[in-house]
Design a protein around this ligand. Sequence first.
Ligand code: CP
Ligand code: NVA
Length: 312
Amino acid sequence: AVNLTGRSLLTLLEYTPEEISYLLDLSFQVKRESRAKVVHRRFVGKTLAMIFEKRSTRTRLAFETAFAEEGGHPIFLSIQDIQLGAKESVEDTARVLGRMVDAIMFRGFKQETVEALAKYSGVPVYNGLTDVFHPTQVLADLMTVQEVFGRLKGIKLVFMGDGRNNMANSLMIGCAKMGMHYVVCSPKELRPDEKLFKTCLEVAKETGGTIQIEEDPEKAVEGADVIYTDVWASMGEEDKQAERERLLRPYQVNEQLMKKTGKSETIFLHCLPAVKGQEVTFEVIEGKQSKVWDEAENRKHTIKALMIATLL
Ligand code: CP
Ligand code: NVA
């Protein structure tokens, strides 16, 4: 049986396919409870510190409402509020937090920060997005795919855009873990990191999944069940906006590209926030194939499930 008590979520590489399936099953249970308005008080007496170096709508709302609904006390901490890295080292902050709270969520720049928080706090730490990974988003994405298709194994998901960003990286891990077919479609300049690509290939070998890098959008989306995209310039990369527009214009998800899958049941996903008219057209994100609002809602169910699994 799967037991995740006390575990952190830092990259998703540290979770087995069985553990991810367990989290997804629990997410569906949590969603049914929410629909039936069943109230549980699973986190009474518990506290969650939520540290934000970057802005957030969904991740903050998901963690904060999920934790509070279960009777816990979430604490929002921006870097205007606490000493983190500047006047006090990450290690010292982590050790103090670990003495006072039951869990920590971190959203920010460096992957090393979230890893140091986990190492020195001794309590479960959840990666709410770094420059490199966004694992809680991928849990919601997998849940949404499973909700639509009834399975994950064998599903083809194509990521269009910046093949080196946190979403491209985390989707590669999630798809490899779950035996899916993942295609990153990006220009040469934005190909995935070679080391992570190799690691994920090893994972995919074991699960029956595949990972492919493809520069040509029309070839990439052939037979796709899911087309996924994300902003062209991520938080912290605002200075790269013009260059990215130039590089990624041919990788926009529009109706013409959606048709090229050759399947009528293909869905569109986006972690959001989206820049309509850039990485995706208004028609596609507002169209029938778009599942982005279910996907956003599923952030909350998957995050609640993650906290139930790791804190109880
Ligand atoms: N998808 C996502 O993480 O959204 P926020 O940046 O609003 O949290
Ligand atoms: N790649 C985006 C994801 C936002 C949820 C960013 O890092 O800004």
